[in-house]
Write a protein that binds this ligand. Structure first.
Ligand code: ZNH
Length: 143
């Protein structure tokens, strides 16, 4: 459960990171491909090499989806409903990827790199809860 403090900290922090780092999504994706190479199998149609325009564009979409989620902390299921359908019915990403929070962990590292000392335990905790909730919504339509 997100506390009232989490609900203040998440939008403030997210706003700060995306305004200072234009490539947060791309950075998180590259980290995911390197740290968890099995995730590349879902992107056979992508150039996942350095400087890839496809990874950059996909990173922007991920950031936009998370920005929308940040604005809808009290109704994530509704806000991410389309995206949840897409992952469960079309993309068929193995739900273990969400359980293991493969992209979410990489987003945490991107936050830490960009925030430095401001990546406090409270920020870490708030984003852990938020990103877990997002991953849970993306995994909820599987059966
Ligand atoms: Zn995902 C897609 C988000 C995770 C895989 N995604 C996507 C998109 C978005 C997202 C926004 C776009 C959509 C449209 O276009 O409409 N994801 C997301 C998030 C997360 C995720 C937020 C967490 C946090 N994914 C994930 C994972 C994986 C994936 C983990 C695996 C590994 N996705 C994917 C794919 C796709 C997507 C494959 C498709 C791409 C293209 O374009 O093709």
């Amino acid at each position: 459960m997100l506390t009232a403090d989490d609900k203040k900290l998440i939008p403030q922090t997210w706003e700060k990171v995306v305004s200072q780092c234009d490539d947060a999504g791309k950075d998180a994706l590259y980290r995911m491909f390197v740290a968890y190479p099995q995730t590349k199998t879902y992107f056979p149609h992508f150039d996942v090499g350095p400087g890839s325009e496809q990874v950059k564009a996909h990173g922007k979409k991920v950031v936009a989806a998370l920005t929308n989620a940040v604005k809808n902390l009290d109704n994530l299921s509704q806000a991410l409903s389309e995206l949840s359908n897409l992952h469960a019915y079309n993309l068929r990403v193995d739900p273990s990827c969400f359980a293991l929070q493969l992209l979410a962990q990489c987003i945490q590292v991107v936050l830490a790199v960009n925030l430095g000392k401001e990546y406090t335990p409270e920020v870490h905790s708030a984003f852990d809860k938020f990103l877990s909730a997002v991953a849970a919504v993306l995994a909820e339509k599987y059966r």
